[in-house]
Design a protein around this ligand. Structure first.
Ligand code: SAM
Length: 402
């Protein structure tokens, strides 16, 4: 495997209507979900235990397939619900005119005492004039529609797009940095540029919201370690869980979450990262120092040796990897019980490397699935993840005995 296969990443999703509403790295490829469903025409009820931005849920709903999805992050629950909802055309017409009215009024507002989110060092994120425009725009949207409305959802998705477009932050896969900005044009010029851009983004989002969605996606906040049984057993799991690569989804999502009111202080972000599988940011790191498996063993040959090898360099990272697999084993066991006999599973996972120890994530998933009684378990390499030749993405698939 030496191909990067960009068509199997989230990038092509950006051109696919609702899938492209926000550019977030947790997303995986629409093509992977469609290919799986093409090969399994019998699937009518899907479980997506790690919903993220809602890729699986939206593809299923677009194909008329029922999908229940779980997600631990409340912002992603909100976003995935907004992406999978049907919007009546008359409501979209009103939303379009509210969008341009809100942008125009925000541009003309002179009020300087407007709410801004409690983000530490906010001036690093947005130049002063842009921050003021964003704050006025948010206020202007809130003045025009209730927060529990489809109009609010669409206008805030557009707002999220704008806030990241005009921020100084640059997101790479695992890191984030701030661009150095020169002083702004300031005053009305900058705000009219932003007002125009907001109207453009909102127009684009509202146009793609016109697409009728034939299937029903039910997206709930929940923990995949305790997968609830649905109304009826599922025919398939299609998902991409977090990988044990120390990527924190909260880090990237923080700016949206503060603006949307899902976070009000740093402590909450750290707490959410600790609840997330593979989370490692802020206080989550110090909690890992004292974590113990508490009798939860991973019965896979070579697992303990691998943990020992990582421990030689870092007991913290060894705990990180160990906890990841304890969490994933809990998830897989609970998910099995929610599946119908004969159901298929499809997990897109990436391996990782700590010092000189390769963590064969795909093999570990496959072995845990086999231990849980799944049959026809197979590993398919999908693509190279970055310039390191040994870091790959795989599909791990299998079937619950019928
Ligand atoms: C790789 S992303 C999923 C991406 C998704 N397929 C998409 O296209 O957007 C993994 C997701 O799992 C979520 N997550 C982490 N721990 C979880 C848990 N215990 N229960 C449910 N969701 C969890 C994270 O918040 C993240 O959104």
């Amino acid at each position: 495997m030496n191909k990067r296969n960009a068509e199997l990443t989230f990038k092509p999703n950006l051109r696919l209507g609702r899938h492209g509403w926000l550019r977030l790295t947790p997303a995986y490829s629409v093509k992977l979900v469609n290919d799986f469903l093409d090969q399994h025409p019998e699937v009518r009820r899907v479980l997506e235990p790690f919903c993220g931005t809602g890729t699986t849920a939206l593809v299923c709903a677009q194909r008329g397939i029922a999908c229940d999805a779980l997600e631990i992050n409340p912002f992603l629950v909100w976003l995935a619900r907004a992406k999978t909802t049907n919007y009546p055309i008359a409501e979209l017409k009103t939303t379009r005119s509210i969008a341009s009215d809100a942008a125009r009024c925000a541009g003309a507002m002179t009020q300087t005492r407007v709410w801004t989110p409690p983000i530490a060092n906010i001036e690093r994120w947005w130049r002063e004039d842009r921050l003021l425009f964003l704050a006025r725009l948010r206020q202007s949207i809130l003045d025009r529609c209730p927060t529990e409305s489809k109009t609010y959802d669409l206008l805030m998705v557009a707002f999220c797009r704008l806030l990241i477009e005009c921020s100084n932050a640059t997101f790479n896969h695992q890191s984030m940095s701030f661009k150095q900005e020169q002083a702004g044009l300031f005053d009305s010029q900058e705000s009219s540029v932003l007002a125009r851009r907001y109207t453009q983004i909102a127009d684009e989002i509202i146009s793609s919201a016109e697409e009728p969605i034939p299937g029903h996606a039910r997206i709930e906040r929940g923990d995949a370690r305790h997968t609830p049984a649905g109304d009826a057993p599922y025919d398939a799991i299609i998902t991409s869980p977090p990988y044990p690569n120390r990527m924190s989804y909260i880090r990237e999502l923080r700016p949206y979450m503060y603006w949307m009111g899902f976070l009000s202080e740093a402590r909450e972000a750290a707490e959410l990262d600790w609840q997330a599988i593979g989370g490692t940011w802020g206080a989550a790191t110090s909690r890992l120092q004292t974590w113990t498996p508490n009798g939860e063993a991973i019965h896979v040959d070579g697992f303990n040796d691998m943990i020992q090898c990582i421990t030689r360099h870092s007991a913290l990272l060894a705990n990180y990897v160990h906890k990841y697999f304890v969490d994933i084993s809990q998830h897989l066991a609970s998910a099995r019980d929610a599946l119908a006999p004969g159901a298929s599973v499809f997990y897109v996972v990436g391996n990782s490397k700590f010092y000189d120890t390769l963590v064969p994530v795909e093999t570990l998933y496959a072995e845990i699935l086999e231990r849980l009684g799944f049959v026809n378990v197979a590993i398919t390499p999908l693509r190279k993840r970055n310039s390191k030749k040994e870091l790959l993405e795989f599909a791990v698939s299998g079937r619950k005995p019928g």
